[in-house]
Ligand binder design. Structure first.
Ligand code: IMP
Ligand code: MG
Length: 180
C-alpha cells in the first residue's frame, strides 16, 4: 500500500482545500474579472491545477506544459528541457504558471525566462509547495500554498519515481524508500 511508505502526513486534504480557496481569492484580487491563461506543469501540479482553476470564476484557458529537470531521483540536475509546450501563443495574455513545488528553483527560473520572452501581459508563478532552504536559482512564487521543510514529500500530484501522486494528501516519504 502506498500509505505504508509515508512517514507522516504533512498537509491534510482539508488544509489543501482551504488554501486553494485562499490562493484563488489572491488571484482574483490581482486580476479581477480578466481572462487568464493558466499553465499546468505536468505532471506534479495536476490536482492542484484542477482544484485551483475550478475555484476561479474567470474565463480561464487551460494549457499544459511538460518539462524535465529530474530523473527518477530526488535531486535536481540543474538541466531543464521542454518536452511539451503550450498550444497557443501567450503574447498579451495574463499567464499564471501552476507548479507543484519550488525546490532548487532551476525549473521555474528557466520557465519564467522563456515564457517572459513571449511577451505576456502578466506572468505569475503559483506553486503549491515551496522549500526555500533548498533554493539555488533566484526565483520566488507569487502565490505559494505552503512553505515546507527540507524533506522529500509525495502525494496530491507529487511523485517519487512516478509513484504516490494519487495520495490525496501531502506526506513525507520514508527515507528508506529513496535511500535504497
Ligand atoms: P527544482 O527545479 O529543483 O525547483 O525542482 C522542481 C521539481 O522537482 C518539481 O516540479 C518536482 O517534480 C521535483 N521535486 C522537488 N522536490 C520534490 C519533493 O519533495 N517531492 C516530489 N518532487 C519534488
Ligand atoms: Mg516530479
Amino acid at each position: 500500500m502506498m500509505k505504508d511508505d509515508v512517514a507522516r502526513i504533512l498537509i491534510t486534504k482539508e488544509q489543501i482545500a482551504a488554501r486553494v480557496k485562499e490562493i484563488a481569492a489572491d488571484i482574483k484580487k490581482d486580476f479581477g474579472d480578466e481572462d487568464l491563461v493558466m499553465i499546468c506543469i505536468l505532471r506534479g501540479s495536476c490536482y492542484f491545477f484542477a482544484d485551483l482553476t475550478k475555484s476561479l470564476d474567470n474565463s480561464v484557458t487551460l494549457e499544459f506544459m511538460s518539462v524535465s529537470s529530474y530523473g527518477s531521483g530526488t535531486t535536481s540536475s540543474g538541466e531543464v528541457r521542454i518536452n511539451k509546450d503550450v498550444s497557443s501563443p501567450i503574447e498579451g495574455k495574463n499567464v499564471i504558471v501552476v507548479e507543484d513545488i519550488i525546490d532548487t528553483g532551476y525549473t521555474l527560473s528557466y520557465l519564467k525566462r522563456i515564457l517572459s520572452e513571449r511577451r505576456p501581459k502578466a506572468l505569475k508563478i503559483c506553486t503549491l509547495l515551496d522549500k526555500p532552504s533548498r533554493r539555488e536559482a533566484e526565483i520566488e512564487g507569487d502565490y505559494v500554498g505552503f512553505e515546507i521543510p527540507n524533506e522529500f514529500v509525495v502525494g496530491y500530484g507529487l511523485d517519487y519515481a512516478q509513484k504516490y501522486r494519487n495520495l490525496p494528501e501531502v506526506g513525507v516519504l520514508k527515507e528508506e524508500i529513496y535511500k535504497k
